[in-house]
Design a protein around this ligand. Sequence first.
Ligand code: KIV
Length: 275
Amino acid sequence: MPRLTAPELLRMKSAGEKIAMVTAYDVTMARLMDRAGADMVLVGDSLGMVVQGEGDTLRVTLDEMAYHGRCVARGLERAHLTVDMPFMSYQVSPAQALQNAGRLVQEGRAQAVKLEGGVRTAPAIRACVEAGIPVVGHVGLTPQSVHAMGGFKVQGRDDAAAARIREDALAVQDAGAFCIVLEMIPAALAAELTALLQIPTIGIGAGPQCDGQVLVCNDLLGLDERFKPRFVKRFAELAGVVEGAGRAYVGEVKGGTFPASDHTFDPGGKLYGGG
Ligand code: KIV
């Protein structure tokens, strides 16, 4: 099955078809989410928090994004692959952005790259788009600016802040991005931007009226019972399932009941028990 492309995702907005995006960081999760029908898989720099155990995304490197991009690409048959550009890989200049976006395409097998920021990031977005690299924008809460924003907080609550986000979203579209993530903004503002923009909006903590939604895979699977922000819905509670399976394994190893004959080779190389 051919992989979805940026123009096809753009067309989904005009057709009124919702876009389901989810993060993945390895081939197993990528394969499962692809089979589940996700339209877009994002190798987010959230990997700094979800995979590496950091408190923010700021220490993730371009090499790490390229590595995880390659891992995820091997699991995808239909879903489109976007890879995040990490902190300080595009802020210095449009030339730096283009060079690093090119590495994520070549080494990370990205079909698109995602950059945070609006007006200030527009020249970098334009440089990538003009070189033929599709770009996903990201405005509202932009986690790479966590220190400037004073934490992971809802953005655009008052009129002035909402106007800045509107200006940022328009700048991202004008620079040539084909899609934009709206993170943690009031639902009414997200609905207004969705109507205003020609490119699809993908919300996270931005209400139901966006053209699509994105969640971090670990969050939707309930893999960390300590993390439950308001915008996350857990579609499974896998933390308990995984821990339970681990306990059962440990118990059987310690009790001597695993491996049983079914899991054991005889001297001729065949499995005991008929395998
Ligand atoms: O890094 C990430 O996973 C993201 C999504 C939450 C949009 O940017």
